[in-house]
Design a binder for this molecule. Structure first.
Ligand code: ADP
Ligand code: MG
Length: 237
């Protein structure tokens, strides 16, 4: 009731947004032709909440996620993460943000093929300057049901196991935000459900904020919020 009467006060008081995306514009240019992918994409993600991002193929979901991750820069508009402007950072600062505070998992090929499951996770700790990488890797692999698979190379892992190791890599440094781009798209329904469940329980357990790009109605049903990319914009619901 008060929030309706004093909308500006409420915003200042609550301020729960971890991610604020404002007016993103992005086109890809190939030859002379430009494809406009985002044109005024604006949304917020609250700390500790889980959100599914849906939209037709080619709508710009992966582009949007890559911009939030600081992997790609927009033509204009801005992304704020925990009050810091990602779109104003240089490449080193954005890489450091991903190493320490934002975990990213994509559809496939998340792992370095010549390192074992455990070594992949340990490397993430080392790149973030963390201590006791082996211990941390063992802990998170165990939590994700992979204790017996730590010495195995990626090509010997099943699709579901490989995605769980990728999740371990993304979570081992205790990030505030997890970005997951169609991470269950190549899995059968049982393994897809298991990976999704692990993501959602990691969120519940750690207060992790999660943004999942998905085609799965199940995922969209299980997250707190639903966002849709269409015509270069982001709509709620
Ligand atoms: N690196 C790129 N160069 C040129 N066009 C691209 C590039 N990446 C994506 N696109 C195009 O941008 C549009 C949006 O792509 P994407 O963000 O991957 O969509 P989604 O993840 O929703 O399927 C598509 O038309 C795609 O072909
Ligand atoms: Mg995509």
């Amino acid at each position: 009731m008060f929030s309706a009467a004093f909308p500006s006060d409420r915003g200042a008081e609550v301020g729960p947004a971890l991610v604020k995306v404002e007016g993103l514009e992005k086109s890809y240019r190939e030859g002379g032709e430009g494809t406009v992918v985002l044109s005024g994409a604006t949304f917020e993600i609250n700390r500790g909440e889980t959100t599914s991002l849906i939209g037709t193929s080619g709508a710009g979901k992966s582009t949007l996620l890559a911009i939030v991750a600081g992997l790609l820069l927009p033509d204009s508009g801005k992304v704020q993460f925990a009050g810091e402007e990602v779109t104003a950072m240089d490449e080193t600062e954005r890489a450091s943000l991903r190493a320490l505070r934002i975990g990213v998992v994509v559809q496939s090929d998340n792992l370095i093929p010549f390192l074992t499951a455990s070594e992949n996770v340990e490397l993430a700790v080392e790149l973030a300057g963390g201590e006791r990488p082996a211990e941390k890797a063992a802990g998170i692999l165990d939590e994700l049901g992979l204790a017996g698979r730590s010495g195995v190379l990626p090509r010997r892992l099943s699709g579901g196991e490989a995605q769980r190791v990728a999740l371990a890599v993304a979570l081992v440094n205790e990030p505030e935000l997890l970005l997951a781009d169609e991470v269950t798209a190549e899995l059968d329904s049982k393994n897809a459900a298991r990976v999704l469940d692990l993501i959602l329980s990691a969120s519940a357990k750690r207060g992790l904020t999660v943004l999942i790009v998905t085609h799965s109605p199940e995922s969209a049903r299980l997250t707190d919020n639903l966002l849709r990319v269409a015509d270069g914009k982001v709509e709620v619901g």
